[in-house]
Design a binder for this molecule. Structure first.
Ligand code: BMA
Length: 380
């Protein structure tokens, strides 16, 4: 008996199934296999969106700005451009101490409500943590104590304290809920700027092995003991010289979703300014690492304090982030009239900031809301 040849329709169907399987496999996944569906969607969307443009972010944007605080709806970025940033940065420092407000006086209940607002509007939240020293809890992040990590792992009382801090952190993360009761996925960026030595977890105060041990313990504890499944984990250094330097304390591909670094522009009178080429070089190294590891990459903190250069946005920031594949760039907080990193109406660089805002590949909230970060990956 002659065998029937498969029909063209049948072959096309097989091909489509194959394509679906292949594209499904190619979709990037967070390191936590138990990540919530929205967290998985967010990660895949961050990867996709980073091919379209760089999201603009600002620390404490909804909380306060130059000359105002806690006025619902306010934002210095919005006051200048008419639009909110796409990324909202927050810091959990002193949550572990049982305080009602963080180290910069942002009440945690308000922070939670603002993070919910950012999520509902379609933006992204990222949390850093300037935590105190778990061995000597009266000491802050900045009190440089050598060998804290080593002591933490040999001092039962300190370890118990640290676990309770992680419990408090987990409770906060698990209390972030969207309108339908779903957990809000966020980027968690612990133990940052560790290629510098100004925090107790910095380079001069611990060995690479100790840093990695603390990182893995922290992430495992949150995931496995506290069952926190709405975090994307960001590893972010300060200045670095090479790929090897960047990766010296990298805790491993199973412990990191996003690679980033923090870098501030601090021009010195009489010294040639190489901030743009230096930072762009770091961005390129980061891109290489991100591509090799199939992670998302971001400029997790930057800025020029008080922005005295009126063209800073298009002449300094833009050449650093343009066509870089960066997921986002986050400017630091507008804390005081002498400590701010985003313009406010009337500030010297405000009109140049609008030029940055108008760049098609620099994404603010409305561009990003359209992309539906928390929904399954769009096919286009
Ligand atoms: C620093 C400064 C401090 C602040 C800290 C944590 O860069 O802005 O004023 O307390 O970050 O947010």
């Amino acid at each position: 008996m002659q065998r029937k040849r498969p029909s063209v329709t049948y072959l096309i169907c097989c091909l489509l199934v194959l394509l679906l399987v292949v594209s499904g496999k190619a979709q990037v996944r967070p390191v936590n296999p138990k990540a919530t569906p929205e967290t998985k969607n967010l990660y895949a969307n961050l990867k996709r969106l980073s091919q379209k443009g760089v999201m603009f972010g600002h620390q404490d944007d909804l909380a306060y700005g130059v000359g105002w605080a806690y006025e619902p709806g306010s934002s210095d970025v919005k006051a200048v451009t008419g639009e909110y940033p796409a990324v909202f940065g927050w810091d959990l420092g002193e949550l572990e101490m049982g305080k009602q407000a963080n180290l910069d006086e942002v009440p945690f209940d308000k922070m939670k409500a603002m993070a919910q607002q950012a999520y509902t509007m379609g933006g992204l939240n990222t949390f850093s943590w300037h935590l105190h020293n778990p061995v000597e809890p009266a000491k802050t992040s900045w009190d440089k104590v050598d060998s804290t990590i080593k002591q933490l792992f040999s001092d039962k009382k300190a370890m118990k304290r640290y676990k309770s801090w992680l419990g408090t952190l987990a409770t906060f993360m698990k209390s972030l809920k969207g309108p339908d009761g779903e957990l809000i996925p966020v980027v968690f960026r612990p133990f940052h700027e560790h290629t510098g030595s100004w925090f107790w977890w910095g380079r001069d105060h611990c060995t690479p092995e100790e840093y990695i041990k603390l990182w893995r313990f922290t992430i495992d504890y949150l995931r496995k003991e506290e069952k926190v499944n709405n975090l994307l984990i960001a590893y972010s250094t300060d200045r670095f010289n090479s790929k090897e330097d960047y990766l010296e304390r990298y805790p491993g591909d199973d412990y990191v979703d996003m690679v980033g670094f923090d870098i501030y522009h601090r021009p010195q009178p009489g010294v040639a300014d190489s901030f743009v080429p230096d930072t762009r070089r770091m961005v390129e190294t980061l891109r290489e690492i991100g591509q090799e590891k199939n992670k998302v990459w971001a400029l997790t903190e930057t800025g020029l304090e008080m922005i005295p250069d009126e063209n800073w946005w298009t002449e300094t920031l833009l050449p650093i982030v343009k066509d870089s594949g960066l997921s986002y760039v986050l400017l630091w907080r507008n804390g005081r009239p002498d400590h701010y990193y985003a313009p406010y109406p009337g500030q010297k660089s405000a009109s140049n900031f609008i030029e940055l805002y108008r760049q098609p590949n620099i994404l603010f909230l409305n561009d990003v809301a359209e992309e539906q970060l928390y929904k399954p990956l769009k096919s286009n």
